[in-house]
Write a protein that binds this ligand. Structure first.
Ligand SMILES: [Zn+2]
Length: 121
């Protein structure tokens, strides 16, 4: 079932094929500062993003971390060149996402948080 999302101001709209089974909390230097929680999807066109986004590219320059230039919300990341086979969406932007007492859910279904070790970046 499609799940929709948007940034805070609504300029960027996101459509993903399904709610994530789990979300990733990544310890890289950027996610640590931004507080992203990432839902991963195959890079097969099933994630649709509309509206202008600004890329931030650093380090090995393999992925572009994108945000809304108006409200600043991190929206998604994708490959800058050859596909990794997956893309990442900021799960916090998906409709129905909620956080309560440190537990995360979408539409009332609690999400498993997996800790993703990318601190080597
Ligand atoms: Zn925005």
């Amino acid at each position: 079932m499609l799940v929709y999302g948007s940034c805070h101001c609504g300029a960027v709209r996101i459509e993903v094929p399904n709610a994530p089974d789990w979300i990733g909390s990544c310890n890289c230097s950027l996610c640590t500062k931004l507080g992203w929680l990432v839902a991963y999807y195959p890079d097969d066109g099933s994630v649709r993003v509309s509206g202008e986004t600004m890329p931030y590219i650093w380090g090995d320059r393999m992925i572009a971390i994108r945000h809304c230039p108006t409200c600043g919300c991190g929206t998604h990341w994708d490959s800058t060149g050859e596909s990794y086979g997956r893309v990442g969406v900021n799960a916090r932007l998906l409709d129905g996402f909620a956080v309560a007492e440190g537990r995360f859910s979408i539409g009332g279904s609690e999400l498993e948080v997996r800790y993703v070790d990318n601190a080597g970046d």
